[in-house]
Design a protein around this ligand. Structure first.
Ligand code: GLN
Length: 247
């Protein structure tokens, strides 16, 4: 079976609320199926890899300060990441990483941190640091072809505007902006979301969407992923859905 190659960028700086755990989940769900999964790391001043050689690029979330720290280095990766994305590499982006693939992130002090402009959304934080979107969040998404509820935890000041293809509809929480109807950004090979948690431990369908994409990328014949026993994950999610959606 094919091997999946993942590049985890800035794991040492962008790792809010256990975001690196998403890589543990991807590794675990691949290993259970006998799929080899190699996760390389990249950080500020690392030698630039061939971004196009990866099936997935993953960037987690971070506070404004960390976003500023990695900004200059990230801009140097712009062409490589763009080439990878255009060649079909999957981009999985959480919160701060999500923001920095758009046009810019304007922080609470009014400083613009430039984005890679892969996508035409942009993010502005309110000047009051008290006005943040914090708490549990539930979305409904149909990216797998059937409606599923996805749970996570959001904590962002940034309000993201200009999204035409969101990841899902907000059933509980805020989403891209304070009290907005939609959350995240989605394309066939992009999942960008404000959901920390780490979000994959609670939402096995999202992991399998990405693993399935990576395995089948460029393949002549579509391979179905072997189903795993997700009883525990589903029970955990049900507890959250009952708590948050039942009035
Ligand atoms: N610093 C950004 C914001 O507050 C991103 C935060 C995050 O990654 N959780 O909007």
């Amino acid at each position: 079976m094919k091997k999946i190659k993942v590049l985890h960028m800035y794991a040492d700086m962008l790792d809010l609320y256990g975001d690196s755990g998403n890589m543990e989940v991807i590794r675990y769900r691949c290993a259970k199926r006998g799929i080899e999964c190699e996760v390389d790391t990249y950080s500020v001043d690392s030698e630039k890899p061939d971004f196009t050689s990866y099936d997935m690029i993953y960037i987690g979330g971070g506070a404004d300060l960390e976003q500023q720290h990695i900004s200059a280095d990230l801009l140097k990766c712009r062409e490589g990441i763009r080439a990878a994305y255009e060649g079909g590499t999957f981009l999985f982006l959480i919160c701060g990483g999500y923001q920095l693939m758009g046009k810019y992130y304007r922080d609470a002090d009014g400083n613009d941190i430039p984005g890679l402009e892969l996508f035409d959304y942009y993010t502005v934080a309110p000047s009051s640091r008290r006005k943040r979107c914090i708490g549990n969040i539930v979305l409904r998404t149909e990216i797998t072809g059937v409606p599923i509820e996805v749970v996570g935890f959001e904590n962002h000041g940034g309000q993201t505007q200009g999204i035409k293809t969101p990841l899902g509809e907000v059933l509980y929480g805020n989403g891209n902006c304070s009290k907005s109807r939609y959350e995240g950004y989605f394309e066939k090979n992009v999942i960008a979301t404000y959901m920390h948690g780490p979000c994959l431990s609670k939402n096995p369908e999202l992991s399998d969407y990405m693993i399935g994409y990576c395995i089948n990328r460029g393949a002549d014949e579509m391979q179905e992923l072997e189903p795993l026993d997700d009883t525990l994950e589903k029970e955990c999610r049900k507890v959250m859905l009952d708590r948050l959606l039942t009035k």
